[in-house]
Design a protein around this ligand. Structure first.
Ligand code: PLP
Length: 429
């Protein structure tokens, strides 16, 4: 059934829409997905970090059902509703930004990024925006411009909006220190663009698509100081790192600093399309009335889901669960790193349950192993596990297990992962 569907998909849907698996979802519950092929899969992808609270959490389902009895759409700009206002209040209280804060709700991550740029430009009156190599900020024109990876995200899609500058991310595993990254920023300001023309610097506290590289906390603090020095807004893109994934509510919380503006999406609404931009109230109020919004922005269904998600994160202590799940994954991955017969684990890293294993052709050369990564993903699918890759070289497996998964299920998934990696290595030999 899935093979047939896959053929139909390849005929009906453009090839530009990627496919990590050929598994077609029929139903899902918590951390498991059942495919059209009748098989059950353990989900280590969470729909790309969207269901931190699991598929169809009963409280999310109940909240959505309740909202559906009332109304499904009204458009917040026409006949506003309390749930949007209350969600803004809740995000204002928890986002890593100074108070007082304000929030706008939207639908997708890319839309949040677009709006953050608009707001930063309106507030500062400056055009420039800075982002980092390996960063990912979405597939709209501004999202692409900010994104620091050419293939597949930018190639053939230009020209991009001007006044966007990309500097090297402090990626210690690949030989870039915090000092070198700060020097690159200094160089940008010296040779290319005066800091007084820069509205904002965008950074993911842990790069998502880019390869799960953790921005060093001292680097984030230095960035904060640099922004303050030049009147530049610091914008944390927490679209993938947010909502307990890293073991704290937001990735930036680990560094003990605040951004001026934060973008959020993905796990905010447990599977319903919702994104948010939360920031300093004075910054957020810079745009003219009518300049922000959207027909579906802050859908009441998604708002209802988001309230349930925030309750579940707190009541089920999902930050603690993220740390516990992350420990299981990292311990297993580190054991694989120590297994000399594998000789393909270049690096193991993680913050909370945002964990990754970077695969190499051999540990001596450290050369990326994208084919091995692809083979591993396929074998894992055959054995009943859904995995996702990422990274500039496509050689990183990122673990995005729902934070509501039991230890037992995580261990079962890691057993399959280990068996799949062993098989992929022996097939490649
Ligand atoms: C850090 C980050 N920013 C922005 C986006 C774009 O979000 P969306 O796909 O919802 O537009 C993503 C999506 O993966 C992301 O991880």
């Amino acid at each position: 059934m899935s093979a047939d569907l896959h053929e139909r998909r390849m005929t009906a849907v453009p090839r530009g829409v990627g496919h990590a698996t050929a598994i077609y979802a029929k139903r899902a519950k918590n951390a498991e997905i059942w495919g059209e092929d009748g098989r059950r899969y353990i989900d280590f992808a969470s729909g790309i970090a969207v269901v931190n609270t699991g598929h169809l959490h009963p409280r999310v389902v109940a909240a959505v059902e309740e909202q559906l009895k009332a109304f499904s759409h009204a458009c917040f700009q026409v006949t506003p509703y309390e749930t949007y206002v209350r969600l803004a209040e809740r995000l204002n209280a928890i986002a890593p930004v100074p108070r007082p804060a304000k929030t706008i709700l939207l639908s997708t991550g890319a839309e949040a990024v677009e709006n953050a740029v608009k707001i930063a430009r309106a507030y500062t009156g400056r055009p420039g925006v800075v982002s980092f190599s390996g960063g990912f900020h979405g597939r709209t024109l501004m999202g692409m411009a900010l994104t620091g990876k050419v293939v597949p995200y930018k190639k053939g899609f230009g020209p991009f909006p001007p006044e966007v500058y990309n500097v090297v991310f402090p990626n210690t595993y690949h030989g870039v220190s915090s000092e070198q990254s700060l020097a690159a920023l200094g160089g940008l300001f010296r040779y290319t663009a005066d800091p007084s023309s820069i509205a904002a610097i965008f950074i993911e506290p842990v790069q998502g698509e880019g390869g799960f590289y953790i921005a060093p906390f001292d680097f984030l603090r230095a960035l904060r100081e640099l922004c303050d020095q030049h009147g530049i807004l610091l914008i944390a893109d927490e679209i993938q790192t947010g909502f307990a994934r890293t073991g704290k509510m937001f990735g930036l919380d680990h560094a003990g600093i605040k951004a001026d503006v934060v973008t959020m999406a993905k796990s905010l609404a447990g599977g319903f399309p919702l994104s948010a931009v939360t920031g300093r109230a004075d910054v957020m109020d810079a745009a003219n009335p009518g300049g922000l919004g959207g027909t579906y922005a802050g859908s009441p269904i998604a708002c209802a889901a988001a309230h349930a998600v925030l309750d579940v994160i707190e009541d089920e202590k999902l930050c603690e669960r993220a740390n516990a799940i992350g420990k299981i994954i990292l311990d297993r991955c580190n054991a694989l790193k120590d297994r000399s017969n594998l000789n393909c684990v270049g690096d193991v890293r993680g913050l909370g349950a945002m964990c990754a294993i970077e695969l190499v052709k051999d540990t001596k050369s450290g050369e990326p192993a994208p084919q091995l990564t692809q083979a591993l993903m396929k074998i894992a699918n055959e054995k009943g596990l859904i995995l996702l890759s990422c990274g500039t070289y496509g050689n990183v497996i990122r673990f995005l297990v729902p934070l509501t998964a039991s230890d037992e299920l995580v261990r079962d998934g890691m057993d399959i992962f280990e068996a799949s990696l062993t098989e992929a290595v022996s097939r490649a030999a």
